[in-house]
Design a protein around this ligand. Structure first.
Ligand SMILES: *[C@@H]1O[C@H](CO)[C@@H](O)[C@H](O)[C@H]1NC(C)=O
Ligand SMILES: *[C@@H]1O[C@H](CO)[C@@H](O)[C@H](O)[C@H]1NC(C)=O
Ligand SMILES: *[C@@H]1O[C@H](CO)[C@@H](O)[C@H](O)[C@H]1NC(C)=O
Ligand SMILES: *[C@@H]1O[C@H](CO)[C@@H](O)[C@H](O)[C@H]1NC(C)=O
Ligand SMILES: *[C@@H]1O[C@H](CO)[C@@H](O)[C@H](O)[C@H]1NC(C)=O
Ligand SMILES: *[C@@H]1O[C@H](CO)[C@@H](O)[C@H](O)[C@H]1NC(C)=O
Length: 541
């Protein structure tokens, strides 16, 4: 007891001395590492992660605590609701149910109603769907057909294929589908150069004119090179399917697999969307014809990062389209963990730009819900050349004169489980970067950054301590975002537990898993840049 009292006394004296240094430093922004370090000792910032929670309502997972993946959205004009089928991440558990299919329904993207089981994996040793995999639903007449992947790890002893396409049907979108065991399983064509032992999955079925088309993820030896390919089949009756060969082989890119492919038509343009199994980025190509040729986007190569996987689009009766994907968890639910299949569902509104490229923004119903309440921001501190540009608002011009001389405004932790941070961001000049600090342990180095990098025309999420970031640092996750000085960019950051979804100027999004986002210090910063953050505000449902 006595010893600790002495310690507190010594610390108090130290703090007084350091605090006066800090005051002096705010008046004089020319700083050095020693003084910046001292400052962090004065302000005990909160930057430890909270234990991962499962009470998600926006970035949905199951209410009994399971993660989700590989959505298949379907819009039901009868009820005005989206039904989002997904694989429920139960695998090596006692019941060995091997990720069965369930669904959520919604008309607003901030509250969801769960269904019961839609499709269970078969307990029969040699059933093709010994494990259920990704698929899609279409309606013909008054029947809904679910085409899905069947995977059977016992295929060698069963004399069958590891992966095949099977079918189930139902007259209700939200009840269990009946498997049709007399549907002829579609397996990989033989003797044509395909990988005949693995990789034939993720059927996506759609109607174009009076012909049904099915896209399938496969691998093929194309002129001597093994490539991930998207194969197309056609049918007039949903039963007899004819192999039409490779629809797309990646063109100038060679993928291991283009997973969960989808084709959607908007206006007169066909979009082919797929996810790279290896680097986890989702890409798209466009064409004026269903059969290609496929061209790259005119502008940004993608509109999301590597934590929005297997995006699939569905359109409602008002013509609004949405893309449904999922953000993985990390092992141990810690920021240092590794990628693990399954996570939380994320939905963006998706639309066409004038040049025909695709762009995403926050669903308007979710936006309205998040705008319900204003949160009173509490400033923790500021450092460097910081000017409040509009008194009475959280608007700051933050000038950092040299690299690693980070200037900032830091806020106290936000005491809400879900909320949205908004700001309008512009810069006059930037030789390095500026943006948002997440989970700030200090104001100059030890924080995660959501940052604009003008020299590289991208918006980047980095876990690398800021003081170690260079132009060659590999981002944790990023999205292309061309930018120019003296231009306003809107930023909205939706946080729910460890889910952090950033919308940049209503054109690009960056979904991120950040375990230390919740209940920690955060702020805005500028590093060797002259940046202004206006109308910083926080709202919550
Ligand atoms: C199952 O599929 C076969 C072949 O397409 C069809 O003849 C039969 O009517 C289907 N049965 C059900 C219950 O859908
Ligand atoms: C791939 O195809 C080329 C011909 O295009 C052939 O020479 C080669 O043997 C094939 N490789 C495999 C592994 O099948
Ligand atoms: C399936 O469709 C193909 C192409 O239209 C046709 O040639 C074939 O006869 C059909 N098979 C059956 C069993 O209907
Ligand atoms: C939130 O703040 C905005 C302006 O900053 C104001 O227009 C709005 O009425 C406020 N909303 C609530 C619920 O107080
Ligand atoms: C802040 O930066 C501006 C622009 O470079 C400069 O004019 C001003 O003197 C700086 N303020 C301080 C306190 O250094
Ligand atoms: C900040 O908000 C005010 C009030 O809504 C608005 O008039 C102003 O244009 C906003 N500033 C920026 C830079 O967006």
């Amino acid at each position: 007891m006595k010893n600790s009292n002495v310690k507190i006394g010594v610390m108090a004296i130290l703090c007084v001395v350091i605090f006066s240094c800090k005051q002096e430093k705010i008046a004089d922004p020319i700083s050095d590492g020693v003084h910046l370090k001292s400052k962090s000792q004065v302000n005990a910032l909160v930057c430890t992660q909270q234990t991962e929670q499962t009470d998600y309502t926006i970035y949905k997972m199951t209410s009994d605590g399971y993660r989700v993946g590989d959505m298949a959205p379907y819009y039901d004009s009868g009820t005005g609701k989206f039904i989002t089928y997904f694989l429920k991440d139960i695998w090596n558990d006692a019941t060995d149910t091997r990720h069965p299919m369930y669904a959520f329904t919604t008309d607003n993207f901030h509250s969801y109603t769960p269904t019961g089981e839609i499709l269970g994996s078969s307990s029969a040793t040699c059933a093709q769907d010994n494990a259920v995999g990704a698929g899609s639903v279409v309606k013909s007449g008054s029947t809904y057909y679910f085409f899905y992947s069947g995977r059977n790890n016992n295929y060698v002893t069963c004399g069958s294929k590891l992966e095949g396409i099977v079918r189930a049907s139902s007259t209700s979108l939200t009840s269990a589908f009946t498997k049709n065991t007399s549907f002829p399983t579609i397996t990989v064509p033989t003797g044509q150069g395909y990988d005949e032992n693995d990789n034939f999955r993720d059927p996506y079925v759609f109607l174009d004119g009076s012909t049904w088309h099915m896209l399938i993820t496969a691998r093929k030896n194309v002129s001597g090179t093994w490539r991930g390919v998207i194969v197309r089949y056609t049918s007039t009756d949903l039963t007899n399917w004819t192999h039409q060969g490779v629809l797309y082989d990646g063109g100038s890119a060679t993928y291991f697999n283009m997973e969960c492919p989808q084709m959607v038509k908007m206006g007169s343009t066909y979009y082919l969307i797929y996810s790279d199994q290896q680097n986890k980025y989702m890409y798209y190509r466009k064409s004026s014809s269903l059969t290609g040729p496929w061209s790259l986007p005119a502008g940004n190569s993608r509109f999301e990062g590597n934590s929005f996987f297997a995006g699939k689009v569905a359109t409602d009766q008002f013509g609004d389209s949405y893309i449904f994907g999922w953000t993985q968890i990390l092992s141990g639910h810690t920021d240092s963990g590794s990628w693990i299949w399954g996570g939380n569902m994320v939905v963006h509104k998706i639309y066409q730009l004038a040049n025909g490229d695709l762009a995403v923004t926050i669903p308007h119903t979710l936006q309205a819900n998040l705008n319900t309440n204003n949160y009173s921001l509490l400033k923790e501190s500021q450092w460097g050349n910081v000017t409040n540009t509009v008194p009475g608002t959280e608007s700051y011009r933050i000038i950092s004169p040299a690299s690693f001389d980070v200037a900032n405004v830091i806020y106290k932790p936000i005491n809400q489980q879900k909320y949205k941070i908004s700001a309008t961001v512009r810069y006059a000049s930037s030789a390095k970067d500026f943006g948002f600090m997440i989970g700030a342990c200090d104001g100059y180095n030890d924080f995660y950054s959501l940052r604009f990098v003008p020299s590289q025309n991208r918006f980047s999420f980095d876990k690398t301590p800021h003081g170690s970031i260079t132009t060659s640092t590999v981002a944790t996750n990023d999205v292309p975002f061309p930018m120019s000085p003296n231009t306003d960019y809107s930023v909205e950051i939706v946080v729910e537990n460890s889910m952090v979804v950033v919308y940049i100027n209503n054109v690009a999004a960056l979904s991120c898993r950040i375990y230390k986002a919740q209940a920690t210090n955060w702020g805005v910063f500028s590093d060797n840049s002259d940046a202004t953050f206006s109308n910083i505000s926080v709202k919550y449902p």
